[in-house]
Design a protein around this ligand. Sequence first.
Ligand code: ASP
Length: 324
Amino acid sequence: MRKAILATLAALAALSSSIARAENFPSHPITIVVPFSAGGPSDAMARILAERMQRTLGQTVSIENVTGAAGSIGVGRVVRAAPDGYTVSFGHLGTHVANGAIYNLGYDLVTDLEPVVLLPSNPMVIVSKNAVPAKTLKELLAWLKAQPTPATAGTAGAGSGSHIAGLYFENASGIKLQYVPYRGTAPALNDLVAGQIDLIVDQLSNSIAQVRAGTIRAYAVTDARRVESAAEIPTTDEAGLPGFHMTLWSGLWVPRGTPKDIIAKLNAAAVEAMNDPAVRQKFDGLGLQVPPPDQLTPAALGSWQKAEIAKWWPMIKAANVKVQ
Ligand code: ASP
């Protein structure tokens, strides 16, 4: 009897301290772990969001770049963090879907994390170094087919968005690529501009500034519609690879067991940020599309992630991706 009373009291104490924690949240700075290099597309989106989220939350929201193994090291860091809302995982189709089909992660992307919010998405764009002689997608495909050894394609690692997009490009066109993994597509893009690699199937938000500056060449965006802020780039449908559509979406997650009230506060801050006209303007300039309002609940991200796992895992497993 005494034991039961003590157990109940202990449970009540734990409950009230978790309620107090949720009420005071956030009482100190929050870290968003970006699992790719600084200056890349994930990093850029996370920094725009963090800057605006800290206004709503009344606390500093800083970014930590924990890179390597296509983002799986950075995600693992958050899985093992305290479930208190102070360590948040930024990720995308690659880190929170594809990596589960490729790596022996030691954690489960669905059950070891709680979804917070779906973030903007953008199509990929096929870009090459300027020294590639092709001017159109059809000419690029002919050039790729004529190479004695496969052309080199930069990626953010096996399973990253740029790698899945490359695999999809190979499947859709019948060409062969040789992948060069980086810790993010920021360093891959630097090497593309310098002519060290031949191409990237990149997130539009990463390449767009270099395309505009004329330092690399864009062939097509992987969407059914042209992107407003890059309307000069044709779609894959128009340029000769009909049906090659891919959108790279991002999201935020926290460790399993994070109190629901804390998740709700993080969600509200991210939604407020995405609704801010100044933030929208920055996203529009990068070709990033904010999801519709009904897609912005934690539950919506949870179902979307599961649906994407069902869609992509068979193709990724069939590609038999090797992890170096
Ligand atoms: N999101 C990019 C990719 O998966 C990597 C990055 O953000 O640097 O290819």
